[in-house]
Write a protein that binds this ligand. Structure first.
Ligand code: C5P
Length: 216
């Protein structure tokens, strides 16, 4: 099992899926779970103050993550393909507003742990190596400067036809870093036994090669 954590735009989705395909393992995009719950809540008019209804929604959410080696994972929720809806910057912001709620995190824990099935799992998120899978054999924390992460997100969203602004994306990434790192419940931080990889100056192939070296 490989736990792959790090801030938004560090390359976890791309790298995680490539590694999952190379190892022949399953892949979990845990960010999609928080994005998906935010999307469901928005659709059903559930306010983020209404914690008990959020927990009911979390319990009823059936999310499948289809690996796509050349793009973001394709996400299906309760039978609907919602990849594009979940990939927007707004969906990421919404996710990071419900993610600090401890009851929500607790409700989503088993769903994530159930993904750990043979022959193996690559799980990407913020707390994979610290809280969800603390006994993962391999732990990597990917990071990069906020400017580089914003540029990557910009390129990714632009290529998909979204109307994006680099300065606003940088602001949004920095706001999300602060929220994700400073919350009490499962804050974004490397596990003590994680390999920390700054990907600012590395290509995707170079990052994958380093992870393969660790796992092999
Ligand atoms: O990784 P992604 O950008 O899709 O995550 C969206 C948001 O979901 C993050 O900013 C974070 O607030 C939350 N998240 C989390 N724990 C995870 C994965 C994501 O709190 N394991």
């Amino acid at each position: 099992m490989l736990a792959l954590d790090g801030p938004s735009g560090a390359g976890k989705g791309t790298i995680g899926q490539i590694c999952a395909v190379k190892f022949g393992w399953h892949y979990l995009d845990s960010g999609a779970i928080y994005r998906g719950l935010g999307w469901l809540a928005g659709n059903q008019g559930v306010s983020f103050d209404n914690v008990s209804s959020l927990v009911v929604l979390a319990d009823s959410m059936n999310l499948t993550c289809h690996v796509c080696e050349t793009d973001s994972a394709k996400i299906e929720i309760n039978g609907h393909m919602v990849t594009d809806e979940l990939r927007t910057d707004e969906a990421g912001q919404t996710a990071s507003r419900i993610a600090p709620i401890p009851e929500v995190r607790a409700a989503l824990l088993n769903m994530q742990r159930r993904c750990r099935i043979a022959p193996g799992l690559v799980a990407d998120g913020r707390d994979m190596g610290t809280i969800v899978f603390p006994d993962a054999l391999y732990k990597v924390f990917l990071t990069a400067s906020a400017e580089i992460r914003a540029q990557r997100r910009f390129d990714q969203l632009k290529a998909k036809g979204f109307d994006v602004n680099l300065a606003r994306l940088l602001e949004s990434i920095q706001a999300r870093d602060v929220r994700d790192s400073n919350r009490d419940a499962s804050p974004l931080k490397p596990a003590e036994d994680a390999l920390i990889l700054d990907t600012s100056e590395l290509t995707i192939d170079e990052v994958v090669t380093r992870i393969l070296a660790l796992v092999n």
